[in-house]
Design a protein around this ligand. Structure first.
Ligand SMILES: Cc1ncc(COP(=O)(O)OP(=O)(O)O)c(N)n1
Ligand SMILES: Cc1nc(C(=O)O)sc1CCOP(=O)(O)O
Ligand SMILES: [Mg+2]
Length: 212
């Protein structure tokens, strides 16, 4: 089963991205999505080439945002695709069954379609406003998650759902109560000056109801 915490990288340069990813791994993240927007193919490749062995060293899952070809070229663990990116079924045909494919959703219907098309997990958002992403879909809030997760249960649709968008530490427990699997965060980890402590606290809340 996938980890309950996914770190989405930030940084305007390859150096800053690599630094942020390294810091997140060092502080205990074991799932990284490399999100490096508006870059040349060369810079994205250079970064991915450095992130891959780093994630291997930390035994972390490494997925690439948007770029299917880079995912294959670099042999990353998978890709995350949004509603206006390559279609999930096309990505599955291109990558095969061994790669993880995540898909963005904002509604129950988005999730239903992604499941039909072979998606492995869902990034459902935004929870609230966030400056990390431009052109946000309608904000869901806690009640939006509750309604969608109830509908999934009623329709016996099972897929790990990650909440995303402006999530802070104090949002985690109420969000988990809606039935989500975990969270995907960028800003809180990137900007934290006590990353190890933050990640420990996030994981305590994310895994609070797991009996081992
Ligand atoms: C886990 C997760 N969920 C949603 C997104 C958003 O993807 P997308 O809508 O394609 O937007 P960009 O990230 O590409 O700007 C995500 N990246 N990760
Ligand atoms: C990349 C992304 N996608 C979103 C969506 O709603 O689809 S919100 C978002 C940004 C997540 O970063 P932060 O934790 O800093 O808000
Ligand atoms: Mg995208």
């Amino acid at each position: 089963m996938y980890s309950k915490l996914q770190y989405i990288s930030q940084g305007e340069t390859t150096e800053k991205q690599l630094y942020n990813i390294h810091q997140a791994l060092d502080a205990g993240c074991n799932w990284v999505q490399m999100r490096f927007k508006n870059q040349t193919q060369k810079d994205a490749f250079t970064l991915a080439e450095a992130v891959k062995p780093l994630c291997e060293k930390y035994i972390a899952n490494f997925i690439v945002n948007d770029d299917l070809h880079l995912t294959k070229e670099i042999d990353a663990d998978g890709v995350h695709l949004g509603l206006t990116d390559t279609k999930i079924e096309e990505a599955r045909a291109f990558l095969g069954t061994s790669k993880v494919i995540g898909g963005t959703a904002n509604t129950f219907e988005d999730i239903e379609n992604h499941v039909k098309n072979g998606c492995d997990y869902i990034g459902l958002g935004p929870f609230r406003f966030t400056a990390t992403k431009k052109k946000l879909s309608p904000i869901l809030g806690l009640s939006g998650y509750f309604d969608i997760l109830q509908k999934l249960k009623k329709n016996k649709i099972e897929i790990p759902v990650y909440a995303i968008g402006g999530i802070t530490l104090r949002d985690v427990s109420p969000l988990m109560e809606t039935g989500i699997h975990g969270i995907a965060v960028s800003g809180i980890i990137t900007e934290s000056e006590e990353k190890e402590n933050l990640i420990q606290q996030l994981n305590e809340k994310l895994y609070a109801n797991i009996i081992v």
